[in-house]
Design a protein around this ligand. Structure first.
Ligand code: 5GP
Ligand code: ZN
Length: 107
């Protein structure tokens, strides 16, 4: 784990966050600076900097994260939402540990 990775610190509970869901592969918590009524982040426990660095063996992890985003939205009766991966500085990515944004005006 890179020592300066904020999301690895959240995974290791060195930085507090409201963990809404956790399994062996991923974690879900609210974005600290929400841009919508619901704004959650789904992150893999494995440190991968960006989708651009994704190895073929990690592609199934992305499907797992999308499935968990679907599940938490359904649990919250959110039936319309956006899912976003920003990729690279040019794509607006600021935290270089893959994360899936789930945003919605519902919830
Ligand atoms: P990016 O621009 O990389 O796609 O998004 C990074 C997101 O992480 C931003 O929406 C930002 O608000 C969120 N974020 C940054 N630091 C923290 C933190 O320490 N805790 C939480 N919960 N969210 C964070
Ligand atoms: Zn990390």
């Amino acid at each position: 784990m890179p020592e300066d990775c904020i999301f690895c610190k959240i995974i290791n509970k060195e930085i507090p966050s409201e963990i809404l869901y956790e399994d062996d592969l991923c974690m879900i918590f609210p974005d600290i600076n929400p841009v919508a009524k619901t704004h959650l982040l789904i992150i893999p426990k494995k440190h991968i900097a960006t989708i651009a660095n994704l190895a073929p063996e990690d592609e199934k992890l992305i499907g797992h994260m999308v499935g968990k985003a679907r599940d938490i939205a359904k649990e919250r009766n959110i039936d319309g939402y956006q899912l976003l991966y920003r990729v690279g500085k040019g794509g607006g990515q600021e935290v270089f540990h893959i994360h899936l944004h789930l945003t919605s005006d519902q919830g």
